[in-house]
Design a binder for this molecule. Sequence first.
Ligand SMILES: [Zn+2]
Length: 294
Amino acid sequence: MLEQWSNGKGSEPHISQPSITPSLQYSSLTELARGPAGTLKTLLGKYPHPKLIMIDTHAHLNEIEDIHRAILRAKDVGIQGIVAVGMDLFSNRTTLDLARQFPGMVHPAIGYHPWSISQETIEENIDFIEKNLASCLALGEVGIDYKTKIKKPIQWEVFSRVLSIAARNNRPVIVHSRFSHQRSHQMVKDAGIEKGVFHWYSGPLEILEKIIDDGYYVSATPALAYSPPHQAAIKTAPMERILVETDSPVEYQGRISEPADLMITLEELSRLKGMHFEDVRSITFQNAKLFFDI
Ligand SMILES: [Zn+2]
């Protein structure tokens, strides 16, 4: 998670409608369309019967209140897979449970987020990742954040240790690099990681150039609708190195997100790149399949 993070608490006006019958086709789409979410409502009007195929490459599913409805709505807009990320022991365990509950739809990544680091929990978190990473799709969410109170040397040590586990297990890495882009990129490179995505990249374009030159990826979120640094980065990055995601349930301009909001990310990306929605969907879908080997 990055920037306008929310813990998923609070009202979710677009899913508060009672008496939804999940067995009705598109019932959940209707539910979304009824909600006050302007952009998504417009999109559903534009693509009333979507047969799109998409992968949300980054969601904190363990923080979504009504996961069954969120998964149903994701499927209805054409999401074929969700990469669920963990941040600590608890969310890693929940993420693995969700992957068992929704096989083929939820793909687990486990991680140790810089916000979750505390001296007393380092060993048990790293031990869990060591034991379970081989059965997961990727390592994440991990990284460095210079806006948290956790001391830099501790963050660097943890990041270095989890990166070496990913390298040994040949797993892609989902990187949180807020205000630490240079160091995060350097450490990923030094660890010999072949596949890395710098999630919600909003950093300097000089470092983005190095990230791309080294074969790594950046991901786009619904913040493309309003964040100039994120727009600048994603405009610069080549299409073949962009993954799309929601970082659900992050709140974007007052709206708590869920995986179905991937439609918003794709629409904003197509606007930014001046490309057709369908082309952007198709390229980013192939990118995700290639990156995660799904
Ligand atoms: Zn995240």
